[in-house]
Design a protein around this ligand. Structure first.
Ligand SMILES: O=C(O)c1ccccc1N[C@@H]1O[C@H](COP(=O)(O)O)[C@@H](O)[C@H]1O
Length: 203
């Protein structure tokens, strides 16, 4: 069954539905330009309210080494990195490499370095609520990662309406959602519940 990551947690009140629905991952965004940006201190406070079974993912964009050190120090379980050309070696935290899928040609060039704990495919603009072009994605890449047993995370524009289709096409290890489960004041409990139910119903 696909695991579930709810991304862009910004408030303690959001942890109740994550705990109740027993999701697998909670994502915190450390990127100043994002409307979901939180400080390490805020995230540390919020994550105290999550069940220990929920793994925490620190979402970053080309992070400075100091930020990576702070994330490790704060006890996050996974580091998700967008837009980084060269990965520092021997990081003391599992890393999910996030790739923005813009075209079939670009997707064919994706190289997943050894030692990575997950490859995440996202839309051209992260956190936008839009999907990348699923039909154009070269599925031989997906099969290559399956053969190499690299965990695969499907992100970008997932919702209760399209997540079944995403699971059918990509057989992801994790489905990752943010925009479609938001309301006016952060994560909307009913939308999170509906998304989680849809994923679990499918399997
Ligand atoms: O959510 C953001 O603002 C964000 C900022 C910087 C890097 C990644 C970000 N979000 C990632 O986008 C997907 C979820 O996208 P969607 O909103 O469901 O379309 C997820 O991987 C987030 O980590």
């Amino acid at each position: 069954m696909a695991k579930i990551k709810i991304c862009g947690i910004t408030r303690e009140s959001e942890t109740e539905v994550l705990n109740r629905m027993q999701v697998d991952y909670a994502g915190f965004v450390f990127f100043e330009k994002s409307k979901r940006n939180v400080s390490i201190e805020q995230a540390k406070e919020i994550k105290k309210h999550l069940k220990p079974s929920i793994k925490t993912v620190a979402v970053t964009v080309n992070p400075a080494l100091d930020l990576i050190d702070e994330i490790i120090e704060a006890g996050f379980d996974i580091l998700q990195i967008h837009k980084m050309q060269e990965f520092p070696e021997n990081l003391k935290i599992p890393v999910w490499v996030a790739c923005q899928v813009r075209s079939r040609e670009e997707a064919e060039e994706i190289n997943v370095p050894d030692g990575i704990s997950g490859i995440l495919l996202d839309a051209p603009e992260f956190g936008s609520g839009k999907t990348f072009s699923w039909q154009d994605f070269p599925m031989k890449k997906r099969r290559e990662w399956q053969e190499r047993r690299i965990p695969f995370i499907l992100a970008g524009g997932l919702s209760s309406e399209n997540v079944e289709e995403g699971i059918r096409l990509f057989e992801p290890d994790v489905v990752d959602v943010s925009s479609s489960v938001e309301g006016e004041h952060g994560k909307d409990h009913k939308k999170v519940e509906a998304f989680v139910r849809k994923v679990r119903e499918h399997e």
